[in-house]
Design a protein around this ligand. Structure first.
Ligand code: ASP
Length: 339
């Protein structure tokens, strides 16, 4: 037995990967999943890291994940941070990109690989994609070059806070449209080493998140902004607006401006993202986006909606002033935007 064998902690949160067929449809099942894991011979190979598994309680379909579970996953990593070389988080695919984004912010000064993965077909099924996703994620989690939160799925290692779930049924289900893959797993795992983040420099710590009231609005032709007037109260802390193209919204300034301005005056932070998966917001490039800028909205540049939501939770939970939150929304904190 090699003495330099790495140690990985697998955190099982639920999702399709560990689900079995029940009379009510697929549902997570703890004991059966542990048996299936134990029966994968590759996980016991000498080239593989040693590993332990902890389960989140209860196991969830990831559609039910909230800030509470992000805190619980973060706490499991923080509790075992020094004892393990890396972490693999098994997670449902539906909200995996949100969780990866959230952990990228909450794990401050991270220097260890935290790799989220799951599968489109459960481990108990013959054509499962779980085995490759898990085995390769374990290998990435034991690689000394990786110091960040990533998502591994279908042969691609993506920066967690750049990823989006792109397909509901393909086995290559995730993309990171504005950032190249950190690695691609073909015959070998080929890393794009120049893109990897450096290790965190200070002491590692976990920022716990609060369930801050935030909203996401997707604009569409004919949207009646007046209808949103009633939700623009002081209670609403942040809004992610998914705009057209480079940050454009429909409607003339006279209708839109008062509502956006009211939100800004209430202290609500408005972050402008694009509905286009690829490309960046450029506030002020067109008259239709200059309105948003004038009213005090901040640019999300090429941030994904998933990362924008997670970043808002993170900044509001960090005890910063509104001004500071607005400033940091436009700054690159963990490789989530290209500025
Ligand atoms: N609904 C499942 C989940 O996100 C889908 C999956 O895991 O693929 O938990």
């Amino acid at each position: 037995m090699k003495t330099d064998r790495k140690k990985i902690l697998i955190i099982y949160t639920g999702g399709t990967i560990g689900m079995i067929r029940t009379s009510k449809g697929y549902a997570p099942e703890k004991e059966k999943f542990h048996q299936l894991l134990d029966a994968i011979p590759e996980l016991k190979a000498e080239e593989m890291p040693a590993w332990d598994v902890v389960d989140m309680d209860p196991l969830l379909d990831s559609s039910n994940i909230t800030v509470h579970e992000w805190n619980a996953i973060g706490a499991m990593i923080a509790e075992h941070y020094e004892a393990y070389d890396g972490f693999v988080v098994l997670h449902g695919t539906d909200t995996m990109a949100y969780t990866a984004s959230a952990l990228s912010f909450t794990l401050r000064n991270n220097r260890k690989p935290v790799i989220l993965t799951g599968s489109q077909i459960p481990l108990c099924e013959i054509r499962t994609d779980a085995r490759d996703n898990l085995i390769t994620a374990m290998m990435v989690a034991s690689d000394d070059r990786v110091h960040e939160v990533c998502l591994y799925f279908g042969g691609k290692l993506l920066r967690g806070n750049r990823s989006i779930k792109y397909s509901a049924d393909d086995l290559i289900a995730f993309e990171s449209p504005d950032f190249p893959p950190l690695a691609e797993a073909g015959i070998e795992i080929r890393y794009n080493t120049s893109l990897l983040l450096p290790p965190g420099e200070g002491a590692f710590s976990l920022q716990t998140l609060q369930n801050v009231p935030i909203g996401v609005i997707k604009v569409f032709p004919g949207i009646q902004f007046e209808l949103f007037d009633s939700i623009m109260t002081e209670r609403l802390k942040g809004i992610v607006i998914e705009t057209f193209g480079a940050g454009n919204i429909p409607g003339d300034a006279d209708r839109v401006l008062p509502i956006v301005r009211k939100a800004s005056e209430n202290g609500t932070i408005i972050i402008v993202c694009s509905q286009c998966p690829h490309g960046t917001v450029m506030l002020g490039a067109y008259e239709t986006s200059a309105t948003l800028k004038k009213a005090g909205a901040v640019s999300g540049y090429d941030i994904t909606t998933e990362a924008a939501v997670a970043k808002l939770y993170y900044l509001f939970s960090s005890g910063l002033s509104g001004e500071e939150i607005r400033r940091r929304m436009e700054q690159n904190l963990r490789g989530e935007i290209s500025v």
